[in-house]
Each structure stands twice: as C-alpha cells, then as structure tokens.
Design a protein around this ligand. Sequence first.
Ligand code: GN1
Ligand code: MG
Length: 373
Amino acid sequence: MISNLFDINEIMEHYSFKGEYYDFSTLNNGHINNTYVLNFDYDGTQKCYILQQINVAVFKDPDVLMRNYVGVTEHIRKKVIEAGGNPKRESIKVYMTKDNKPYYKDKDGRYWRVINFVINTVSYNFPDNPEICRRAGKTFGNFQKLLADYPAETLAETIPNFHNTVSRYADFEAALKADVAGRAASVQKEIDFVKNRKKDCSVLLDLLEKGELPIRVTHNDTKLNNVLFDKKTGEGICVVDLDTVMPGLSLYDFGDSLRFAGNTADEDEKDLSKVKFNMAYYRSYTEGYLSAAGDSLTETEVYYLPFSCKIMTLECGIRFLTDYLNGDVYFRMSYPEQNLDRCRTQLKLVEEIEKLYVEMLSATQSIYSNIKK
Ligand code: GN1
Ligand code: MG
C-alpha cells in the first residue's frame, strides 16, 4: 500500500515491525515534523508505532540529532526502570532499522524515525482546567530532574542559538532590512512593539554570562501538547518531541510552557480580545513545577520565572514575525497569513503578562516559600 506521504513498503523493508500493517493516521499537532501512527494487527491485537519524518530543513544534521535523541531517551528509560516505573509508557524508545541505524533515509531523500506509541494516553492543545496545568508543570519539572545528571557537554545543539533571544532579535532585524516578501510596511505596529522591547532580549543571556544562571539539560519546546497524560489517572506520564533537548536554561522550559498553556486563546486566534494570560493556570503550573523541581533550582531561577513567561512569549512572537517577513519559510501553516495571526497573539500575550507582572512575582514567591517549608 503506497500513500503519497510515505511508502509503507519501503519503510517496512527497513524495520522489523510486529504484525500485519493495515493502516495509518496522521498526528500533526506540531509545526515542524510530520507524524503518523502506523497500525498493525499482531495476532488479533492492535499494535501501533509512531513514524516521524524528520524535518531536515530545521534539523540540518540528522546524525547529530538522533545521537542526542537516542542518548536522552535511553537515559530516561534507565531512570524510569531504576525507579520501578514502566519504561514502555514513561519513556520514548527509538526503534533501530534492520541495519541498526536510528533513522532511515528513503529513496526520495526523506528521513524517517520510528518510536513507540504510548497507549492509553491523551494530550491537550488547550488546558481545560488548572489541574491539567499542575500536572503538566509537575511532568516538566520531573523531566528536568531526570536529566539533571545527563552530561550536558555530550549534547550537540540541534538548532544553534535556539532560545538565544539576542540572536533571535538580530534575525528579526535582518529579515526587516531585507524585507524579501515586501510585508514590512504592513506590520509597522508589530515591528515597533518588538523594537520597544529590545532590551528584554538580553536579560537572561547577561545573567548567564555573569554566572548567575546555570546551564542545564532542557527540553526547549515545552508546549502542553508535548506531554502525554495517562487516560485513567490523568497524571502526566511522558514528555515527547525531544528533538530540541540540549543545554539551555530552566527558564526557557518554564516560560515556553506558560506561553502556550497560559494563553486563554488559540495560538492563531484572530480576535485579540480573547487573548489573556490565565493567572489561575500560572499558579497551578508553578505549584506543579516547583513541587517537582523546586529544590534543584536556584533562587535566581525562581525569581525570573515570571520574566521567563514574558521573554519566551516575546521570542515566539519575534520568530513568527520574522518568518512572516521572510515569506513564511519556517513554520508549517494551514492558511496564508497564519504566521501574522500567530505573531499578533504572542505580542498581545506579552502585553497581558506585563500587566500581571507584579501579581506573578508575588504568587511565585509565595508558592516557592510554601514548598520550601
Ligand atoms: C514549533 O513543532 P512544534 O509545534 O512542537 C517550534 C517551537 C515553537 C512552536 C510554536 C523546532 O514547535 O520552537 O515554540 O512551534 N519548534 C521548532 O508553536 O522550531
Ligand atoms: Mg510539538
């Protein structure tokens, strides 16, 4: 059976799947990789695998990417086993090809990897209640802890300067200057908004340079839909989308999570009056996160948690704006101008976070002191 998305026969030649293949479904809730669920009949029971096409325009070196990926997933797997957990549900496993490679390059030059499908889980694009945020916070906090002893120096930067906001700002300035799509004049308001916040872009990097923030192994793409929750218990059990695991700041993960989960509207909502920052979600996420990771964080890291929400949201707004100026070359889109809508929601969310900033600072400190007791 050949689909135009991938050639299942060719894929099956290179992997030892269990059972008879019968169909697949598409699982694209990210903006970068293409993800499919392959369904097999294994002696009358359904067996599923995840097939992912690696986006090599974004992750330029698949060897380096998969070396990181296998290293990190194996580390987590070992930790889960040591803690008496179920590695099949609480960790990701990379299936090797028949010639023992972590990915497969097809005849059209596309790169594929196969990983386990974790059964009986749900993921959310939108938190329905604060409890989901608390559990997501706890899961990312645990993830941070699981990787605390991973040798960061062995991890390559799969995308150099990924959360380097100074370099993101420079990319924006370059896109603005080149204006290849001729769109700059129509987005002056957004451009001014970003320019007015240029100095925010260097805050965390300055602290890092002064040695006031530690480098850790971080996930770097902590959207809510990257957590799998157990269908029965509702607990977060596994973190997915591990391509960007690399050395970074804990604040990148915390801020990026709330950029997404704290937004009361969709990432591409056109009606900006719907875009608010949900303080209840902020509180519960912070409680969950600090309950899991709090004792391993420094006071400076905790102090900057609210700022991280602002800067990660600004960074994402800058990236969407930059892509819009560049003629939409990076993020997958489902309609024209989607990058502009995405940019506008992020910038509106920055404004909302700025309004709540003092409240966020005091909520964080009181949650932190309760946890330390
Ligand atoms: C991309 O693919 P996805 O949706 O998990 C992007 C993130 C952005 C996010 C914005 C490798 O993540 O950095 O924050 O879109 N991933 C990459 O929704 O660029
Ligand atoms: Mg994702």
